[in-house]
Ligand binder design. Structure first.
Ligand SMILES: C[S@@+](CC[C@H](N)C(=O)[O-])C[C@H]1O[C@@H](n2cnc3c(N)ncnc32)[C@H](O)[C@@H]1O
Length: 314
């Protein structure tokens, strides 16, 4: 098990999250993506002496690191292995009543990104895995080696917003005729060979494809929608939900789900009747997302694309 310090990173938008959650001493807060426990430790400090933190994570390795980091808060902390899509049930099973705040800090942790064996990074050689929860079945390699070319192209274009999705998927299909593509390095090298040089901007050519595969492996967009509904159902009236997202597809889902749950219809304008199920459960606290200061981005690259949206239960 890696040392915590090796992987600890500064929690993104920390002050903004603490303000967004509108914390008071004694509050009960759920960190639905407890990760290495950075936000959680600050929440526990802010809600001392009596506040309680329930930390959920899909990754058992993250939970054991969170356990070590948060151990000194004793009984104030409960850690649960699970998916935040099931937050309401996870709380009900433990007879936790309506909570005061919920936080989701989306995406992989620095520990996951920097662990070659987890297969999240195109910079580190490892198996094409990318599962947040290693107990689930679908790995990125299953998508790469089993999806037909058309679905692979749609996935890379849809989730990665990759303009070279056609070329990349065709190259993958050709390559796997000679045997399955099993490692991050094999896939990254193949993508680098088929993306034209003039198409390469600031980012590595495999960045978008790897992001798309990670999103699909973990069903991240569906899970996010469910998680927001589940969190809204688990909060007390006046309780706050904070979501930090890192790319436009996620942010759009947060924005639209907040709108829908605040009673504003998100159906396309040509729909004769509302089909999105808009109901007034929430009030949007941040009409525009909160973004990090220049100082934060200078000190923490992971913060550069972060967007925080906050909603309050009615
Ligand atoms: C960016 S990290 C969180 C970092 C944390 N806020 C901190 O300060 O250390 C995201 C964490 O959420 C977990 N995660 C991602 N999707 C999840 C989901 N649907 N349910 C539960 N945990 C999830 C990942 O395993 C990862 O540990």
């Amino acid at each position: 098990m890696p040392e915590i310090m090796e992987f600890s990173h500064a929690p993104v938008l920390l002050d903004e999250v603490l303000d967004g959650l509108s914390l008071t001493a004694g509050a009960t807060v759920v960190d639905g993506t407890v990760g290495l426990g950075g936000h959680a430790a600050a929440i526990l400090d802010r809600t001392a002496p009596g506040g309680r933190l329930i930390g959920v994570d899909a990754d058992r390795e993250a939970l054991s690191m969170a356990q070590r980091r948060l151990g000194n808060f004793g009984k104030r902390v409960t850690l649960i292995h699970g998916n935040f899509a099931d937050l309401r049930e996870l709380l009900q099973d433990r007879e936790v009543g309506p909570v005061d705040g919920v936080l989701f800090d989306l995406g992989p942790s620095s520990y996951q990104l920097e662990s070659p064996g987890r297969g999240f990074s195109f910079r580190l050689e490892g198996p094409l895995d990318m599962r947040m929860d290693r107990g689930t079945r679908k790995r990125a390699a299953d998508l790469v080696n089993r999806l037909d070319g058309r679905r692979l192209e749609d996935l890379i274009r849809g989730y990665g917003e990759e303009r070279w999705a056609g070329r990349i998927s065709r190259a993958i299909v050709r390559e796997r005729e000679g045997g399955p593509i099993e490692t991050t390095a094999e896939l990254a090298a193949l993508i680098a060979r088929c993306v034209p040089r003039r198409g390469r901007a600031r980012i590595h050519p495999a960045t978008r494809t790897f992001m798309a595969l990670r999103i699909a492996t973990n069903d991240e967009l569906e899970v996010l929608k469910k998680g927001i509904c589940s969190a809204a159902a688990g909060l007390r009236a006046g309780g706050r939900l904070c979501v930090i997202s890192f790319h436009s597809l996620e942010d759009r889902i947060v924005k639209n789900e907040f709108r829908r749950l605040s009673g504003k219809c998100c159906c396309p304008p040509d729909f004769p009747v509302c089909r999105c199920g808009a109901t007034a459960l929430l009030k949007v606290v941040t009409p525009k997302p909160i973004t990090p200061t220049r100082e934060e981005v200078a000190g923490n690259r992971r913060a550069r694309s972060a967007k925080l949206r906050v909603a309050e239960v009615l």
